[in-house]
Design a protein around this ligand. Structure first.
Ligand code: SF4
Length: 395
């Protein structure tokens, strides 16, 4: 097989989120293939490795182990109701959001290509204060089972991060951070990490040598990353701590295909709990298989029924979509979460997934990110203004 890599796809800014439901081809066997690398025009043979094998099992394993201990009866009932509303494609929900992503810092210490965290200047508040964080948790804790403390930037840039995690643990809420670990100082942070009872640690380890690692993680040092990761796991094992569940995250970059076994051997040798290969959703240098444009998932967007993302300025977004200046659905400091959850924006977004005729033009809804999102296949569209005259569909 001869495949020419399409340079356009390297510029593709795919979608929000990282995963998709595994398809049959994801479970295919490893195979050899030849391709022409568009960057240097040379033919290369690479082994395309089945990077997604057991993806579904991994997903279940991590979420089962890290969420079930945090589910009380009232939270369980809320999840069941949310599931029913999701299946019935309700536009208004009785259930409350139960998984949140709260961004403690929208800046980053590295300079990964295509990432806005270091590249975009913004007037948005970039660091979340501990008192603001507490005020958010007080509003959501009754039904909340998980807070992921990361999104656009590097969570360890926020000096209150371990206090925040501890606050979640004290409120019986599971916590998760995804980090490059560059700012982890084992002399300073090991004890704080243990005290915080962080539930899931998801370190990014995109390469086992400095050469491969720094292709994407510009400004990072793989020795420092490995030293911190090993110290964290050594402490956990020595103390017999249950947490954190260490889920090492690697992006399926083309330049990591040949290093795949070395990376996995290393991570297994230091006893990480799980290894997760994620799609290159930035389109930086994905493996061949990821060049296929992802088809939209046929189902309903689950983010609209499970929980939102919140930035340090309190703005609430329906999902972890990247990008500053995105349209906000409300502000958690000004509104109750239950009011935001059923406001016009949320109801309109959910209506896009209901079966029926296209929706009448509404100027107030035209900025909703869900219109442009290709992650899930919507049933309806909002027709352009030009197709309506005084609320009546033109011929
Ligand atoms: S449909 Fe809307 S909420 Fe769902 S992933 Fe797309 S932009 Fe986010």
């Amino acid at each position: 097989m001869n495949t020419t890599l399409n340079p356009d796809s390297q510029r593709r800014f795919f979608t929000v989120g990282t995963g998709s439901i595994p398809k049959q081809k994801d479970f295919a066997k490893d195979r050899e293939m030849e391709f022409v690398d568009s960057r240097d025009g040379k033919k290369k043979n690479v082994k395309i490795i089945n990077l997604s094998i057991n993806k579904l099992l991994h997903y279940v394993n991590r979420h089962y182990r890290s969420l079930v201990p945090f589910i009380s009866l009232i939270k369980f009932i809320n999840i069941v109701v949310a599931l029913l509303e999701f299946m019935l494609r309700k536009s208004s929900c009785i259930s409350k959001p139960f998984v949140f992503r709260i961004d403690p810092c929208t800046a980053c210490n590295l300079r990964c290509p295509n990432c806005e965290a270091h590249a975009v200047k913004t007037n948005e508040k970039r660091l979340l204060d501990f008192e603001d964080f507490k005020s958010i948790i007080k509003k959501i804790k009754k039904y909340c089972i998980r807070v992921s403390l990361y999104d656009t930037g590097e969570p360890l840039m926020n000096k209150s991060i371990f206090r925040m995690i501890r606050y979640l643990s004290d409120n019986k809420i599971s916590s998760l951070i995804s980090t490059n670990l560059m700012l982890f100082n084992k002399n300073k942070h090991l004890q704080a990490l243990s005290n915080s009872k962080l539930t899931v640690l998801a370190p990014s380890i995109d390469g086992i040598t400095q050469e491969t690692y720094s292709k994407y993680r510009i400004g990072g040092n793989v020795s420092s990353l490995r030293e911190s990761l090993e110290a964290i796991i050594e402490q956990k094992n020595r103390k017999g701590d249950k947490w954190p569940f260490v889920d090492a995250q690697i992006i399926r970059f083309n330049h990591l295909v040949e290093e795949k076994h070395d990376i996995e051997n290393y991570l297994n040798s230091i006893n990480v709990d799980q290894i997760t290969w994620k799609a290159d959703s930035w389109g930086f240098n994905p493996i061949e298989r990821d060049y296929d444009v992802k088809k939209s998932n046929k189902g309903v967007c689950f983010w609209l029924y499970t929980g939102p993302m919140i930035r340090p300025d309190g703005n609430v977004y329906p999902c972890c979509g990247r990008g500053f200046g995105r349209f906000s659905y409300g502000n958690i400091y000004k509104n109750e979460i239950s009011d935001i959850w059923n406001n016009d924006y949320y109801r309109f977004s959910r209506k896009l997934y209901q079966r029926g005729p296209d929706l009448e033009y509404d100027a107030g809804m035209k900025s909703l990110p869900c219109h442009e999102c290709t992650l899930f296949k919507k049933q309806r569209r909002m027709l352009p203004k030009s197709m309506y005259t005084h609320g009546v569909l033109s011929a």
